[in-house]
Write a protein that binds this ligand. Structure first.
Ligand SMILES: N[C@@H](CCC(=O)N[C@@H](CS)C(=O)NCC(=O)O)C(=O)O
Length: 256
């Protein structure tokens, strides 16, 4: 078996935002396994966006260049797609159950989180990622109304139901009997939605107590708490996926 600390894990992601890279960072931080956040390193140390772009452009002759960040490099292996990265890392970081059903269950839930994240992104960029938010504000407001009124409660209600399926557990986890990378991702979803849609989340949270409890337990875990207080945790901002545009934090009937 490979010793965890002999492996050099390189995460490639945009340096100024939490974004989708944060789901991977949280897994490394909780497992206390070192990783290199390549694009955040100075160019003189082989870092910067340039290093990431080289791999995206395929100039370094990868068998399978990634389409978009985040991607993970481990020796000759390059893995893109957040959920696939976590599928790979889960067993190696001890953040997923050992059995196949547990591993697949975690992957299924992570893909559902990926769907949710795509919809969060589309609240501020409903027409085109290449356009400025200011150029699609009207559509964004319509999209945000549908998101906070229908989709956000549906997604979070689903995770709540998953957590409620065995209510005999005092501290339920999404898969299996212990913490997994999906719980860390659910923490990030709640934190991000609270940032982006504080009023909508304040209305919704009483209906999803188990989900909120997972968020709170994870925030209090010693390694996560230390990470959140460190400079490694980038602040939420209006370049990332979760953006605070107060005009999008609408009452469901106010979006038009
Ligand atoms: N499904 C992919 C989405 C990747 C993605 O959209 N990455 C964004 C940053 S969070 C990006 O840089 N996209 C560039 C593009 O789509 O052209 C995942 O979950 O990792």
């Amino acid at each position: 078996m490979t010793k965890r600390n002999e492996v050099r894990y390189e995460l490639y992601y945009w340096p100024g935002i939490q974004g989708r890279g944060e789901f991977v960072r949280l897994a490394f931080e909780e497992a206390d396994v070192p990783y290199v956040d390549v694009a955040r390193l100075p160019r003189a140390e082989g870092g910067g966006v340039h290093a990431m772009q080289e791999l995206l452009d395929g100039v370094r002759g990868l068998a399978l260049p990634p389409f978009a960040p985040p991607f993970l490099r481990v020796g000759d292996l390059v893995i893109a797609q957040t959920a696939a990265i976590l599928l790979y890392l889960g067993p190696r970081l001890g953040l997923v159950p050992d059995d196949e059903a547990g591993r697949l269950g975690a992957h299924q839930l992570q893909l559902t989180i990926a769907d949710l994240i795509g919809e969060v992104h589309d609240t501020h960029h409903p027409i085109a990622t290449s356009l400025y938010y200011e150029d699609q504000k009207r559509e964004a407001k319509l999209r945000a109304r549908a998101f906070v009124g229908e989709r956000m409660p549906k997604f979070l209600g689903y995770f709540e139901r998953v957590l409620a399926r065995d209510d005999s557990r005092r501290e339920p986890y999404l898969v299996g009997a212990a913490l997994s990378y999906v719980d860390l991702s659910l923490f990030q979803v709640v934190a991000g939605l609270r940032y982006a849609f504080p009023r909508a989340m304040a209305r919704l949270e009483p209906a999803i107590p188990r989900t909120v409890a997972v968020h709170d337990r994870i925030a209090a875990r010693p390694r996560i708490a230390a990470y959140l207080a460190s400079a490694r945790r980038l602040p939420f901002n209006e370049e990332g996926i979760f953006r605070r545009y107060p005009e999008l934090d609408v009452e469901p009937e106010q979006g038009a």
